[in-house]
Design a protein around this ligand. Structure first.
Ligand code: ACO
Length: 403
């Protein structure tokens, strides 16, 4: 039971996924399309990876933040929950809009989530599961009530389209979940997070950071593109996916036979099959959709979760494991007792209200940017009477909190 302040006491708090959503760019790129640009073929790609097509953000206006925002809006819609009540936004990404500001802050602004803290999480393809673990800890500790966890990527912008070893693998997209505090037992049962930085060079974008800032030379030598030792990553992935799944089940006190669904990171069908082999799970208990999306990095697990739900593959009280690996090297797994709250009656006018709220968020953002420019030109360091008036007006707008 929630207390008078609307919070659950710590011993009764559970972190549940209550909303989910995904977004992909419009343009589908098939293996046949790739045959036109690199020396590859559909048969090789399908037999070595399982991938048949991927979505690529060819429109420059489609970015990691726009995809993340669309996925987050869809998740809020499923939960019928207003952005203004979200208190934390975690965006996992390896293709952020900028070094800073965080992509999460741009999403926060686009959603009009005026009460939310926001930050990016960098753990490559494992990032979404890291985010789930973090959000769950914040919720069960009483530090947060409503957290958006987003995995969003436009890795196509970091791929060397002349390198057949990597360009055939990746796709763009985003997935998001809303996690909420509840007194209903279940939700996130356990998590496992791991890292082995000694393998950092196996999968890396060498330049563009503080170690190797951008120069004409780094650009000319392609150091801003993804470099990967595919075979080494393959060996690492099959080992850690098995170990992390076993560990997270143990922590949750579950046997493999109690598992109802595994959603593994969608990188390569051979990695999925080989890492899941020893759990003796029937095929229908391991969700695979990489044939349609390729490896969307940190977005792959939430996109797969959305599709699994749409296909009715998750039922109340099902035991779900999500497990991923990626650059870092990193790996992560989480075990979840699926317990989505009963569907609420959503009034017909809600869709209109939602789009009006997002429209207001856009106006608010534009006004704040404009007002900063005005403030900068009118308010002197010493301050003056007119400047004071302007500053106060602007401050009152900044404090607007949409319900
Ligand atoms: N088309 C045709 N031939 C190709 C292609 C291609 N696209 N790519 C490589 N080949 C060739 C190679 O040149 C090689 O030829 P050779 O024997 O004459 O040298 C041959 O195919 C076999 O190459 P391998 O690298 O041994 O192929 P492998 O079976 O290992 O598959 C792959 C390569 C798909 C990259 C695999 O190693 C893999 O999936 N590794 C894991 C990668 C991964 O998941 N990365 C993402 C991590 S998530 C993140 O954090 C972003």
């Amino acid at each position: 039971m929630a207390g008078s302040n609307g919070h659950y006491p710590p011993q009764q708090r559970y972190a549940h996924i209550t909303g989910w959503g995904m977004a992909v760019p419009e343009r589908v790129v098939t293996n046949k399309d790739l045959e036109q640009i690199v020396d590859t073929n559909d048969e090789w790609i399908q037999s070595r990876t399982g991938i048949a097509q991927r979505y690529i953000a060819v429109d420059p206006r489609e970015t990691t933040a726009t995809l993340g925002t669309r996925a987050a809006m869809a998740a809020l819609e499923v939960a019928d929950f207003p952005a203004a009540k979200v208190d934390l936004i975690i965006c996992s990404t390896s293709s952020p809009e900028h070094t800073f500001p965080a992509t999460a802050s741009l999403i926060q602004d686009a959603l009009g989530a005026t009460r939310a803290g926001a930050f990016d999480l960098s753990a490559a393809c494992s990032g979404f599961v890291y985010g789930i673990s973090l959000a769950s800890s914040m919720i069960t500790a009483g530090q947060a009530e409503n957290v958006l966890v987003i995995g969003a990527e436009t890795l196509s912008r970091l791929v060397d389209w002349s390198d057949r070893n990597t360009c055939i693998l990746f796709g763009d997209g985003a997935g998001a979940v809303l996690m909420q505090a509840s007194s209903v037992p279940g939700g996130v049962l356990s998590s496992v997070l791991g890292s082995d930085g000694s393998g950092g060079d196996l999968l890396t974008v060498p330049a563009g950071g503080s170690r190797q800032p951008a120069t004409l030379e780094t650009v000319a030598s392609g150091q801003h593109f993804i470099k990967m030792d595919g075979r080494a990553v393959f060996r690492f992935a099959t080992r850690v996916m098995t170990e992390a799944t076993r560990e997270v089940l143990e922590k949750a006190n579950l046997g493999a036979d109690e598992l109802d669904l595994v959603i593994p990171h969608q990188a390569n069908i051979r990695i999925i099959k080989s890492s899941m082999r020893q759990f003796n799970l029937p095929e229908e208990k391991v969700f695979v959709n990489l044939q349609n999306y390729g490896n969307t990095s940190t977005a792959s697990i939430p996109i797969a979760l959305c599709e699994a739900i749409a296909e009715d593959r998750l039922k109340p009280n099902d035991n779900l494991v999500m497990v991923g690996f990626g650059a870092g090297l990193t790996w992560a797994a989480t075990a979840i007792k699926w317990a989505v709250p009963d569907a609420r009656e959503v009034p017909v006018w809600r869709a209109g209200q939602r789009s009006a709220t997002y429209g207001l968020a856009r106006m608010r953002s534009r006004f704040l940017r404009f007002s900063r420019r005005v403030e900068g030109s009118l308010v002197t360091d010493e301050g003056d009477a007119w400047g004071e008036v302007v500053s106060k007006r602007i401050e009152s707008w900044r404090n607007v909190r949409e319900e």
